[in-house]
Unconditional design. Sequence first.
Length: 58
Amino acid sequence: MNWANFLILLLCPLMMLFCMRGHKHHHSSDNHTIKELQEQITKLRADNEQLKKQLESK
């Protein structure tokens, strides 16, 4: 086996490690975004309830 074949053989597992690391980072940022969206929804619901009460009192 020459060096070129050996390097190609090692390239596959190394690329897999980089891909998995990148996927994990991307996934954690998605969770952060979902949490922010849930907080925004909660705030919008509270604002909506407050506006309904204001309309009912008029």
